[in-house]
Design a protein. Sequence first.
Length: 227
Amino acid sequence: MSITLVAVGNGGYNLASDIKNANLFTEAKLIVCDTDNQELANNAAQADASFRLDEIREAKSNLTGLVENVISQMTDTTLICATLGGQTGSIYAPLIALAAILKGKFVCSIFSMPFEFEGVRITKQAGTAKMQLITASNFAIQQNNEMLKEIGDTDIVNMNKPIVEAIKTAISCYSFIKLASANNNEIQEIIPENYRKEKEKPLIWFRSDCYRGISDKDRKEVFDSFL
């Protein structure tokens, strides 16, 4: 299976790099996308392709058109990596996911939610992006950074360790296709126990595709309802 890792923003790049460095998808193609020229230049050195994302306000009439160049470089299975809360990840990761799934790609979104100290605006923006990603993905994997303290690990260097380990466990049990079609409650049991023990607010959470079978038009309308 040919896989593309799409890193959206610098946080997404760090997550995608940690996934590759864990030897989970060693042959995966890496695409980096950013609105920041310096971060894009820094991260592009390790990528197979890189794209400067235009400011969202510049093309309101055709949002998915903003990312067509990114979509054109993807393989049929795409893992979109982002940290939510900031502008780049929160706006563009869902948009890339939507454009990809409307093109018939299999989309797995891998993202982290912000710490509470980052504030109400960041938390709200991340929440909207999360719902859009779920709508536009076949499978979603979330890390709730606020719960890192529950396992006694808030070291920024190892911040992505839980989500990387959860991905490793998941793909050792099932294919992405099977994960996407599985019962949503059952797939939580795949997650390492210490990452899911807080049932109301687990550190790691999986979401299968509850929108499978609906039309592209309906999927887009659900996505747009979170704008």
